[in-house]
Write a protein that binds this ligand. Structure first.
Ligand code: BGC
Length: 272
């Protein structure tokens, strides 16, 4: 098991830093049950330590705190999709094992950080062989990705999927009120029914021993090409460009997104 997990979550330098290098963890030493003299480096980014709304307070090992792990705590979902995780010395422990780094890195929450990924698809041509999905180019690292994002406090996943798609692929944040109304109507139709593609832990380069990413990826498909297929795409918020991208096995995408679009291709029996 340890060979396939924590590939991205053991890479250095830590995203958006030049000099934060994770302590090396050999494949066999990833599981916590393997005991050895493990001395991970510690890192939590300045922007998280400043305490924005999306971040928890800082906690030192052994500190008393009010966070209720493994529950929905004050509108924040602190449960994991995969298990009831352990809390050791006041801090949650990554259920998939070691990453070579303690603290939260650039993640706001201790424990699971929940995201949602809307995969909006249409057929490229009438022959229905190749699928296309709405891809955005992320501002943070220039990689192409599904227009996903973090679940805000008090939000349910279905709201996050719709909000993130609107903000990043249709630029709803900057649309005027009549455009907004039109976009909302199309989104109502499209997001009315979706198929779950993935739900669980993600091997993300930001993961740490105490904070990690989990996501729900849902597919919203426009079979006839007459609803989402006609959207006027317009990059906004965290995205610098947006396009309908062919789904092929050559796509190089952010985080686990290649796996997700492969599952979507299989679901619709499209070429891959
Ligand atoms: C991204 C999602 C991604 C998740 C896990 C989030 O920040 O917005 O698209 O699936 O991280 O990697």
């Amino acid at each position: 098991m340890s060979k396939s997990i924590h590939q991205k979550a053991r890479t250095s330098p830590y995203p958006r830093t030049k000099d934060i290098i994770r302590t090396k963890v050999a494949d066999d030493n990833v599981p916590w049950k393997v005991e050895y003299d493990y001395k991970p480096v510690k890192y939590t980014s300045e922007s998280v330590l400043k305490g924005p709304v999306w971040a928890d307070p800082d906690i030192k090992p052994g500190d008393k705190h009010n966070i209720q792990f493994n529950t929905v705590d004050n509108n924040v979902n602190r449960t994991s999709f995969i298990c009831k995780y352990e809390v050791v010395n006041s801090l949650p422990r990554n259920p998939m094992g070691r990453t070579g780094l303690t603290g939260r890195g650039s993640l706001g929450r201790w424990g699971p950080n929940h995201a949602a990924d809307p995969i909006v698809t249409r057929w490229k041509n009438k022959d229905k062989k190749i699928l296309q999905f709405v891809a955005v180019q992320r501002k943070d690292n220039g990689e192409w990705a599904i227009p996903g994002g973090m679940v805000d406090a008090g939000e349910v996943v279905s709201q996050t999927l719709r909000r993130e798609f609107g903000e990043e692929a249709l630029n709803t944040l900057e649309a005027d009120s009549s455009e907004k109304k039109h976009i909302e109507q199309s989104l109502d139709r499209l997001f009315h029914s979706g198929t779950e593609i993935f739900k669980g832990y993600v091997d993300d380069p930001r993961n740490t021993d105490n904070a990690w990413m989990e996501t729900v990826a849902m597919n919203f498909h426009d079979e006839l090409g007459d609803s989402a297929g006609l959207f006027e795409l317009n990059a906004g918020d965290d995205a610098m460009s947006v396009q309908w991208m062919d789904i092929t096995n050559k796509s190089k995408l952010y985080a686990s997104h290649e796996h997700f679009i492969q599952s979507v291709a299989q679901l619709h029996k499209a070429e891959w």
